[in-house]
Design a protein around this ligand. Sequence first.
Ligand code: B12
Ligand code: SF4
Length: 515
Amino acid sequence: MELFHNQVTRAQGCFSPRMFHRSWGIMMIQANISAPCTVLDFPTREHFARELKANHYDVVGISGIIVNLGKVQEMCRMVRELSPESVIIVGGHVAAIPNVEALVDADHIVRGEGIAWMRKYLGEDEHAPIRHPAIVSGLQERFMGARIPRRKGRTAATIIPSVGCPMGCNFCTTSSFFGGKGKFINFYASGDELFDVMCAVEAELKVHSFFVMDENFLLYRPRALRLLERMKEAGKSWDLSVFASVNAIRKYSMQELAELGVSWLWMGLESPHSSYGKLQGADLTQLTRELRENGIRVQGSTIIGLEHHTPGNITGEIEHAIGYQTDFHQFMLYTPVPGTPLYQDMAQQGRLLQNIDLADIHGQFKFNFRHAAISRDDSKRFLDWAFRRDFERNGPSLYRMCRTMLLGWRRYKDYPDPRVRARFARQMQKLRGAYNAALWAMEREFKRVNESVSEQIRSLRKEIEKESPVKARLNAALIGPVLLYLARREEKRLAKGRTYEPPTIVERTNWAAAS
Ligand code: B12
Ligand code: SF4
């Protein structure tokens, strides 16, 4: 239930930022139906059983992705046993498994968008406007072994403007699940609607930062520019974390991105030799550098095991990707996932490996298909090596993002638009606080393993201390040693196999009306 530690900073040990993420799909459904409803997020078996026995549910909806098939099967079995009169509805990406009806004992399997489906099923208006719940993007955050205290407004809010993506890359499950090439479902089609939703969430959660969960947010330029207009009119100094493809980013000037508040950008950085058209013609080295110089933290995403990869060229391609020096870098195995055009192609070519557990088909383990040049076991070796190599060459992502934040501060601290200045001032406040203390600790921890990375961290810390000679130094001196102690303790715990699990969360709506 973690993003970074699972698929981005997984080789970064105690430097990997840790946090859990809620299940937004079912939160969205709950917020948009008027029936009494309970959401159980991350239930244990015991909790699920208790809930089924404590209340009579007409409908039990279960959400899962493909890797969760086993859990979904077990939950259906439990419902039949403990609440035999309930109707079972299964939705989410697990529904994309071919012939899932035969694998899961459910009354309805819902493919694609679930809000409209559930409203229709309950006899409500399926076309009514979408009500956006106030969603905190991450919970139980940990940072170098320290649990970050919860404070209202500290963590970004998640905003979900749409589902699906019209680009239709053949391997992409999100795109195919919501209609494929040329199709997607907009919850908020205009910048005005989006602005209103963001204001409401801002007021409820007291946030300045938003994680915008839209596969290609910058692709819809009129919506983004209208949002910018409204932000300017209302003096909103917001930070936005967005996903965007290179061709979409190219439609904006750096000033537009800065004024829109884009502070974190997740983008595909596939091999220059791959056939995925969205990168063609773009000079990625220049683009990623320019983004970072403008204070935009870049999270690159690179696919390992594309068709043209061989044991002879793959390490060079990984080195090339790492050379972009992004703040964060996700590597994923090229994976034909059930439900995608790529899966169909591979099946037709007879290249899918047999007897692979669906729980292992997710891109962070081993190939599930016969690659022309790379074996299943080697796919894991190359994947693991990519994460390790990125960490070795570029250092911890925490350090890398501090470097980008400082660049942004230097470039925009005197910018004419006060909203932009305020945004970078907030970042500088973080830099001179806990982040500078973290750099102090990282510098010492790295001395033992990589002198040159330690030296780079040190010189960044010195630069931050030039900007803030008193506070930054004081924080490094006072909090740095504590973080170093906690980080070393965390490293030992992780080495012993410590893992973290999200808590079970129970949320009831329209509940009084039921009693
Ligand atoms: C946030 C997210 C996460 C969070 C999960 C948080 C959580 N508590 O579940 C984190 C970062 C932890 C994560 C982890 C992983 N994820 Co993820 N994740 C996403 C992401 C980016 C957004 C999901 C989301 O909230 N979308 C917005 C909501 C509104 O859409 P939705 O969830 O699809 O829900 C809608 C419908 O599906 C449907 N619906 C959903 N549930 C239900 C239930 C019922 C009853 C009904 C009727 C309808 C319904 O209605 C909803 C509203 O329209 C998606 C990509 C994407 N853009 O969707 C990938 C995605 C879901 N993840 C994916 C994968 C592979 C993983 C990992 C396996 C990655 C890995 N290798 O480690 C892990 C596994 C986690 C796990 N054990 O379940 C794949 C799933 C592929 C598949 N076909 O199954 C996706 C699609 C990404 C991709 N394109 O490959 N992930
Ligand atoms: S651009 Fe990204 S989200 Fe869109 S279809 Fe391609 S891989 Fe999927």
